[in-house]
Write a protein that binds this ligand. Structure first.
Ligand code: G6P
Length: 610
């Protein structure tokens, strides 16, 4: 994902920009660049493919001097990673911009600007924006109006920062669907995609809202909303430890990471979806062409990531209408397989270093899959480097061995991928919009579930002295039950198994008695009535039920049934939301039992050996 930094100050800004870029490296990128305005004289620019270190080397003997500048780490979407495609992009030699996001209508704008005589030097969608601002600048005479007129014509997602050598006393920034924060200094101000980039220079931040455009000067920040009304955005102090390897106010990393989910799910959506559509170019330069050819998806993963793959199978088959197979990597790599033509090989891994997953990928490359897509949380990991396409989850570092926020951001990425794939397979715009809108509701719904923490802690007492637990789910909630069981056994050491609820009577029912709690997830989908019958089967055998149900599903607490009411959710996004109460349940059971929550016995966060 691209990263942006900008600064206006009394001092030279090169050092601030480079440090900001280094701090954005975690987002993953393939090239970096910066442009500095030199006292109203000119724009100097440097761009390099590869690491920020390559940019540092390139400008070492020839620093970019000036008090106003913008910088960028690029993650290619339109055009290969190359110096020419790296940002900042310029129109003429006086206007420079950096951009994070996707301009969907760039082809038509490019055509129009070519007719107007603008020459293009890159394959990016961003260069179109640079020329359009310059064109408007010539007509309107000031940068702020030029940016405003330009964004009125853009479709897609963007965060932009723009400088012009004729106006060396400010930069203009705006956002729509991609993140952008303003860092507030004393006699100097900054902007970035992420507050982490600016921590060496300030701890005070303003968060721009969708549609905002801001004029940033050394001593003033003027913001207008989408309608052009002047607005104030409040200044917040940075919450220390929010993203670093620090537990902050939480007792355990796992709890902190569970609570980070609304934010990181949102971050994973940023730049990849508009209010109603998926931006498939955000999946990579070749995504559009590739997705057109995919006829089958083979998913490979281990542990929690494997469960994310199992959920995705329901989505891919239901929403995209394509066959999907899912297998644990350690099995896949040691058997012969039949590869359907035009199969996309999809690896899911938080760490990107899991030995079995990597081995499966390396085999797949020999075996003739169409292409390899990785869903991963660690930029620069082996998996990311060795795959053709990558979707980075934006979970931030996950320290707790039991995976939580990595899982829900994997699901978010997988749903975005499914929608992009489905678009090539007849998904209507209406349906896409319905699901994207449902996805936008997920961070809020996860927050609602987090507010049930106290009640879930109470429920957890019912598990303290138990040796076994059964988890039940149906449809796409069956993998959620599997993940719930995995979490419980990982951190509380209680033996837990998950079953599709319909399988209960084919065996596990024999185990049910008052010593076997049964946990069930029950969103209000078309399987809920069948699930209720399964619950009756358990109650009739004296089993104790713990049901996480949609408050409209008609499941109420009574005798041996403990019902926890969850907010109504769309049936497609239900697996993401229903994962969270099961994470909290396992967490509280483990705390009550006094186990080592963050580093459970015998387990490792990243399994880099077979
Ligand atoms: C280990 C971890 C699990 C994780 C699995 C796969 O077993 O303890 O939490 O789900 O590896 O890891 P990956 O990094 O490939 O997602």
């Amino acid at each position: 994902m691209c990263g942006i930094v900008g600064a206006i100050s009394e001092r030279d800004v090169q050092g601030i920009l480079l440090e900001g870029l280094r701090r954005l490296e975690y987002r993953g990128y393939d090239s970096a660049g910066m442009a500095v305005v030199d006292g109203g004289q000119a724009v100097q620019r440097a761009r390099e493919v590869g690491k920020v270190a390559a940019l540092v080397d390139a400008i070492e003997g020839n620093p970019l001097k000036g008090h106003l500048g913008i910088a960028h780490t690029r993650w290619a979407t339109h055009g290969e990673p190359s110096r020419i495609n790296a940002h900042p992009h310029m129109s003429g030699d006086r206007l420079a911009i950096v951009h994070n996001g996707i301009i969907e209508n760039y082809q038509e704008l490019r055509q129009e600007l070519k007719t107007d005589g603008f020459a293009f030097t890159s394959q990016t969608d961003t260069e179109v924006v640079a020329h359009l601002i310059e064109k408007n600048y010539r007509e309107l005479g000031d940068l702020y109006s030029a940016v405003k007129a330009t964004i009125a014509r853009l479709r897609g997602a963007y965060a932009l920062a723009v400088v012009h050598a004729d106006e060396p006393d400010h930069l203009v920034v705006c956002r729509e669907g991609s993140p952008l924060v303003v860092g507030v200094g004393i006699g100097e101000n900054f902007i970035a995609s992420d507050q982490l980039a600016l921590l060496p220079v300030t701890d005070r931040f303003m968060f721009l809202e969708e549609g905002d455009i801001a004029d940033i000067r050394k001593d003033r920040i003027d913001i207008h909303d989408r309608e052009g009304t002047p607005v104030e955005r409040s200044t917040h102090r940075f919450e220390h430890g929010a993203d670093s390897a620090d537990k902050g106010e939480y007792r355990h990393f796992m709890l902190k990471e569970i609570h980070e989910q609304p934010r990181v799910i949102k971050a994973t959506m940023e730049g990849r979806v508009t209010a109603s559509r998926v931006l498939e170019q955000a999946l990579g330069t070749d995504a559009e062409n590739l997705l057109d050819h995919v006829r089958h998806v083979q998913i490979i993963a281990c542990g929690t990531s494997y469960h994310a793959g199992l959920v995705a199978r329901y989505w891919i088959e239901e929403v995209a209408g394509l066959p999907c197979s899912v297998e644990v990597a350690s099995e896949f790599r040691y058997r012969k397989h039949v590869i359907q033509p035009d199969t996309l090989f999809l690896c899911i891994s938080q760490s990107g270093e899991t030995a079995d997953t990597l081995a499966a990928l390396r085999q797949a490359k020999q075996a003739g899959f169409r292409a390899a897509l990785a869903i991963c949380n660690v930029p620069g990991s082996s998996l990311v480097r060795e795959s053709d396409l990558v979707i980075m989850t934006q979970a931030g570092p996950e320290i707790g061995v039991a995976s939580t926020k990595a899982f829900t951001t994997q699901l978010t990425s997988l749903l975005i991928f499914t929608l992009a794939l489905a678009r090539h397979n007849g998904l209507s715009e209406e349906k896409e919009s319905e699901i994207v809108q449902a996805l936008h509701l997920v961070p809020g719904q996860v927050n609602d579930v987090l507010s049930l923490d106290g009640e879930i802690e109470e429920l957890a007492r019912g598990f303290m002295d138990k040796n076994h637990t059964l988890f039940l789910g149906r449809g796409s909630l069956y993998p959620v039950a599997l993940e719930g069981a995995l979490k419980l056994k990982e951190i509380s050491y209680i033996h837990a198994e998950a079953y599709p609820a319909g399988e209960l009577k084919h065996g596990p029912l024999a185990l049910v008695d008052s010593e076997m709690p049964v946990v069930t997830v029950a969103p209000n989908n078309d399987l809920v009535e069948k699930l209720k019958s399964n619950l009756e089967e358990v109650r009739a055998r004296g089993g104790e039920l713990f049901v996480f149900a949609d408050r409209e599903a008609g499941v109420a607490s009574e005798d041996s049934l403990h019902a926890m009411q969850l907010p109504p959710v769309h049936e497609i996004t239900a697996p993401i939301v229903y994962t969270v109460p099961l994470q909290l349940l396992s967490y509280h059971v483990a705390v009550l039992k006094g186990t080592d929550v963050d580093q459970p016995r015998n387990l490792a966060k990243s399994v880099t050996v077979e």
